[in-house]
Design a protein around this ligand. Sequence first.
Ligand code: BG6
Length: 515
Amino acid sequence: MSLIETDFTEAQPAPPNVMIIFGAGGDLTKRKLVPALYHLCSAKLLPDSFAMLGLDRLDMDDDAFRNLMGEQIRDHVGAAFDESVWTGLCERLHYMKIDMLNGADYDRLCEQLSRIDAERATDGNYLFYMAIPPSLFSKVADYLGDAGLLHETEDDWRRIIIEKPFGHDLDSAIELNNHLHKNLDEDQIYRIDHYLGKETVQNIMVFRFANGFIEPLWNRQHIDHVQITVAESVGVEHRGGYYEEAGAMRDMIPNHLLVLLGFLAMEPPNSFEATALRDEVNKVLDAITPLTPEQVLTHAVRGQYGPGVMPSGEQVSAYRSSPGVAPNSHTETFAAIKLGMDNWRWAGVPFYLRTGKRLTAQYTEVAIQFRKAPTIMFQNTEVDDLEPDMVVLRIQPNEGIQMSLGAKIPGPTMRIGTVNMDFCYEDYFGNKPATGYETLIYDCMKGDATLYKHADTVEKGWEIVQSVLDVWAALPPRDFPNYAAGTWGPPAAGELTKRDGRLWRRIETPKAHGR
Ligand code: BG6
């Protein structure tokens, strides 16, 4: 099978700019942002007039910073690593020690940026990336505003990328949006959700809208229900401090899982323009009926993992034994929710969402189960029931699309078995290493906010889960830990679907490519 060419020869390099990363000493910069810049550089999408300026509290000079960034780049890029690409990028990395809460340091930042502008011809275009704890977002934006660094002219632009979590709940998200709007126009704010940068997530739209036979079936007449699973086999690792405050619901559902739901359920947008797309996603979120406090008790499930054995045989300890986690923590590491939509297309179709840490497999997928065909034609045969057809959109790993259909089992009697039609991205498009951040960073440099979240979208996400957060806060769990590491979550998650006469799809541990 020949590969379909996926290079970026059509795309032009981004305009000149400096990317300034607050929190450059942290994990995100090393694991995601620098590898993403490497991939952009390798695809020739970074302009010659580009520099990155890392800011953090650590004492380092440019060389030490470059070494630090280079430590893991080979592992992150993998076999495709090209020393000359890295050397070209590395010399454009700079570092400055800063106390983010000291106004005087922002004067030094202005001077440093003027120097870089002069040396690299970056035209005064600045992309500020907030890879810092959320409690600092507003303060840093204020200091940048006071230093005049957020002020745009006709000749240059100033943009700010904000990492999640965007707020802690609905009120804090509204407050943060209002605060940012004091110094920034909405079109300068890029709220990132790295799920929007995943090719396979964007492909949900292509699957639906570029294939004429799909869309007529994509509605309540034909679809019985939808399951969205983002399962992680990893634990909280060294992020206990953050996770204790967040928990699985805040960490994943109002953002990543609702992104998947938005793309799955939206009406066809008029174009791929930012506003058209965001409007359609917002309409989906608007149509979701938030759970009443009574419904939270039956439609939402939380769990926390205890010790267990992973399928690999590895013995792992309980969440409560992780560094930075309280020994009697009530934070959930698993969350599931059943949502419904009040609109013409989806009325009556349940959407079951689940996510968790230390589950059996590392796996993200969307399963769309169609209504069963009537058995009437198969009366007087050995067929007593028909399996429903299913489309599974595999987001990661082993990205692809699978359709399960009924087929006659060869033989003299009428018997039906389920067969799978399976498409793997890698077979057609090869395996392009990417972090998911490449497109998003490149888009921001170009001023394209299509894959970023509008203030409304973030607030609507919180609105949907707010009643669950409230009820869970008011009623601390009494049964934590309630699932063993290495399983599919607490038994109550099974009840969520069983009560409706449905089952979670059994996800096979993904097979290696090239089956
Ligand atoms: C992050 C969450 O936003 O997404 C993490 O904070 C989670 O807890 C991660 O592990 C999952 O992302 P991905 O791309 O690995 O599915």
